[in-house]
Ligand binder design. Sequence first.
Ligand code: PBG
Length: 318
Amino acid sequence: MRRSEPLRALVRETVLDPGDLIYPLFLCPGEGVRNAVSSMPGVFNLSVDEAVREAEEAASLGIGGLLLFGLPDAKDEQATGAWDDDGIVQRGLRALKQSPASKKLVLIADTCLCEYTSHGHCGVVVETADGFDVDNDPSLEQLARTAGSQARAGAVFIAPSDMMDGRVAAIRNGLDKAGFAQAPILSYASKFASAFYGPFREAADSAPQFGDRRTYQMDSANLREALREIDLDIEEGADMILMKPAMPYLDVVRAARDRVGVPMGAYQVSGEYSMLQAAFEKGWLDRNRTILESLLGMRRAGADFIVTYFAKDAARLL
Ligand code: PBG
């Protein structure tokens, strides 16, 4: 049954479609700005006007949605840039809404504080006897406020990536009170403390200035804990869930698929992208085949959709 392409196509169990791909964009202040991210060839920090152009290209390729990150004008301890109605992601959302591309793309706002805090952590930092702690509950209020502001600016989906406990419930509540009862939540339900986020922290300028994220992101060794986090987020009101990284955690994707009914996605993170790009540059891997095979593996593991920096490349190939 593998003798010809029509035959293989007939019995193929898993398909990739550009509409299942979500393309991350990093928005930055200015006009006409396209700053290359050195550790992620092909990825740029984009001013809002350039992001609109990028969105139009993504829409014409049939890509399903955009995931928006922001590099604010200034950072502070309180992450005020995250919930400022005139913040960078909010400005981007309003501009994208004006573009015809927004009729074809689902606009998803990444909701987190790490790009906006001067210390680079995903929540509120407090001093303790033995150093510092990321204080869970005060962070929830800031996240809910950020989500409300993003919804007001036109985000279709709110995607909390901070991993504080109880944030889906806090954001759901905040959105309902702010008049966005219909705005759905895509929760990064299972997010591991991973070395594979390294290049992202250059792209989003969000590396923690001290300590690390292991007190709030998950230990790589834990599958059962991932499933518990997923159950909790769905109970709290998550409409869809996201798992990351993807390639080293496909067992988590499969286990989640077998357990819950909500739509779910896998995030092929920055480090996965960068290591493949490095191998392509060296001529060690075939670019086109490897991109599609890596994404197909995530779909086969059970992901309905995939967040990937290869979205445009993959959509062109498909
Ligand atoms: C923000 C966030 C991170 C990523 C997505 N949202 C970084 C982190 O947790 O340090 C990583 C995405 C990637 O590596 O491509 N909390």
